[in-house]
Design a protein around this ligand. Structure first.
Ligand code: SF4
Length: 605
């Protein structure tokens, strides 16, 4: 295992050259440098990178400080990150983290004195079907128990290299519970391309248009329209990006597609490239899924060897296309397509001002199609069976099937594929949920449903979703569910615009204030005002959707809030009298004058 030191200059130089010393490779170079330096970016490594890429040092620092998986201070040789989605909380992740910290004599968020280990939380790791989970040096360990924690602590104490840990410890299951057209598809690699190429580029786009395929990332934009716009846009080259930055809390279906059906995803990228005339493809892989990379690289290598990537694909002159994998580094906002493109260009993931849209001016100013993993995989079905057959399932506005990532209070969490239009109550029945109080559809930014809404349908015309489906039974406190989501948004706000940066922090403070017993009705009025501010003034969808969980639960589970309103009038969140206790003790004062005067309601008999 590497030690926490500056990488040797020769190794750093070789690493930079391996990435072509291109400024847009900055994020990839920083990730690789951190690996080389034992888990952090020593200051001495940043200047040579800036010089080699002809970038100001400030620009390198800006990128390095933006991503939560990049570290500017030393981290442990073993870096343990506990997944902290609400479903991990429900499964006891906090007690497990505390137990590990106790065993290793380390405080959460701090480096152990001997530099051996650091333990902290991270946002959802995409393992909600088998939580609680953690990442150790980027490798996942799911289904945590106290016994597993004990084993992990022992192996770290003995400084056992991760490669010597039992492979079973790192096993991640696919948990497919219900499959339909996509997950049942057994396709020979290249078969979809062989079907689409004879149609020509225009004919293939028309076939996709007939399917009425819409983006599976949640927004539901028509895929054929996006492809046609890119195909029409002038440019010396065009780009296809597969958005595998699956960061929405509670979703993990892209993880399963990438580990089980990577051929379908890559073939979908090639089909998109054929449609628009693209030469370059990127799979933007979220940092939490980095452990999938060796498998994905192996699939890409097999496709190159089979003539399915590279020059003159399947012998068609002029159809040159290849795919490279670009790693993310722990930034939820990069799921937004323009932020993702900024990240691809080696910058911090700040969403761009639009228009122009990426489809006309994207990666390095080139027409760029950004499609979700599931959307691309679905195009193989259209190529093989035709657009009309695809459109025959689902609803009028939502054709085909949808993969749901089901987690939370149910007997069988996992992946469920249904034709669009399936009712929420059907999913609950299939996954073995009982006594269900609420379902969160679409992750933290989605919709909280109360029991009277379980007849609603998963479809763009009713409940659009990227796939997260979190179940909460009657024992759960919906205030705490919303508070977890609000903390998530405050942590993930990129800070570019003030309404989101400040509004998310204020919303988090308001929820914490209620949780601490300092709430008054005026605090709910304040939250409603913040809701309007965030919706109207945020630059991107993260800010405008951040108040969703609070507003939904306030409306549908109001007693969870009102029972926390302990004061009729405004009460500061900061307990000044309590903070002065130490000073009183030091001065031996306990008389009334050494305390703050009581509030009017406290003064009442
Ligand atoms: Fe960044 Fe939030 Fe503004 Fe989006 S809304 S640009 S995430 S600060």
């Amino acid at each position: 295992m590497p030690t926490a030191a500056s990488p040797p200059s020769g190794a750093l130089e070789a690493l930079i050259q391996a990435h072509g010393a291109r400024p847009e490779a900055l994020l990839q170079i920083l990730i690789a440098t951190q690996d080389l330096a034992g888990g952090w970016l020593p200051p001495g490594a940043l200047e040579p990178i800036a010089q080699a890429l002809h970038l100001p040092l400030g620009r390198v620092m800006d990128c390095a400080s933006f991503y939560s998986f990049l570290h500017l201070r030393p981290m442990g040789r073993y870096r343990v990150l506990f997944s902290d989605n609400i479903t991990d909380r429900m499964l006891g992740n906090q007690a497990l983290l505390e137990a590990l910290c106790r065993k290793l004599w380390v405080e959460p968020g701090r480096l152990s004195e001997d530099g051996l280990v650091s333990v902290d939380y991270t946002s959802c790791t995409g393992l909600g079907d088998q939580g609680p989970a953690l990442l150790v040096n980027g490798r996942p360990i799911a289904r945590l128990t106290h016994q597993r924690i004990h084993e992990i602590a022992e192996r770290i104490r003995q400084q056992q290299p991760l490669d010597d840990w039992p492979a079973a410890l790192f096993e991640v299951e696919d948990s497919i519970r219900r499959s339909d057209t996509l997950l049942q598809l057994e396709m020979r690699p290249g078969a979809a391309l062989e079907a689409a190429l004879p149609q020509g580029r225009d004919g293939w786009r028309q076939e996709v248009d007939r399917s009425r395929l819409r983006g599976r990332g949640g927004a539901g934009f028509a895929t054929a329209v996006k492809w046609a716009t890119a195909a029409r846009s002038p440019g010396p080259a065009r780009v296809i990006v597969c958005n595998a930055d699956e960061g929405e809390p509670g979703t993990f279906k892209d993880r399963v597609l990438l580990s089980r059906c990577a051929h379908l995803v890559f073939e979908g990228m090639s089909l998109a490239a054929w449609a628009v005339g693209a030469q370059t493809g990127f799979l933007y892989l979220r940092g939490e899924y980095r452990y999938l990379r060796p498998h994905l690289e192996a699939v890409l290598a097999a496709r190159r060897a089979a003539g399915l990537l590279g020059r003159s694909i399947l012998g068609v002159r002029g159809f040159d296309f290849d795919i490279q994998i670009h790693l993310g580094a722990g930034a939820y906002v990069c799921g937004e397509e323009s932020a993702l493109i900024e990240s691809l260009e080696g910058k911090r993931g700040t969403p761009r001002i639009r228009p122009p849209f990426p489809v006309t001016h994207g990666y390095l100013g080139l027409p760029t199609v950004v499609n979700n993993v599931e959307t691309l995989a679905k195009t193989c079905l259209i190529a093989l069976h035709g657009g009309a057959a695809f459109a025959a399932t689902g609803t009028q506005s939502s054709t085909g099937t949808k993969l749901l990532s089901v987690s939370g209070d149910c007997a069988a969490p996992g992946i469920y594929e249904y034709p669009f239009g399936v009712r929420v109550e059907r999913v609950l029945e299939d996954c073995g949920a009982s006594d269900t109080q609420a379902v969160q559809v679409g992750g933290a930014s989605g919709t909280t449903l109360a029991a009277y809404e379980f007849g609603r349908r998963i479809a763009y015309e009713d409940l659009p979703t990227a796939g997260a489906f979190m179940v909460f039974d009657a024992s759960r406190d919906m205030f705490e569910v919303a508070r977890n989501f609000v903390h998530f948004f405050a942590h993930e706000s990129c800070g570019f615009c003030t309404p989101c940066r400040v509004g998310c922090a204020l919303l988090r403070q308001g929820m914490d204030k209620l949780a601490a017993g300092h709430g008054a009705p005026v605090d709910l009025v304040e939250m409603e005002w913040l809701n309007r501010l965030l919706r109207q003034a945020s630059h991107c969808g993260l800010g405008s959707s951040a108040p969703n969980p609070v507003m939904d639960t306030l409306q549908k589970f109001r007693p969870a809030y009102t029972q926390r309103l302990r004061h009729p009038h405004f009460e500061p969140a900061f307990d000044l009298d309590g903070a002065l206790a130490e000073a009183r003790q030091l001065t031996g004062r306990q008389d009334a004058a050494a305390h703050l005067p009581p509030s009017p309601e406290e003064a009442q008999p």
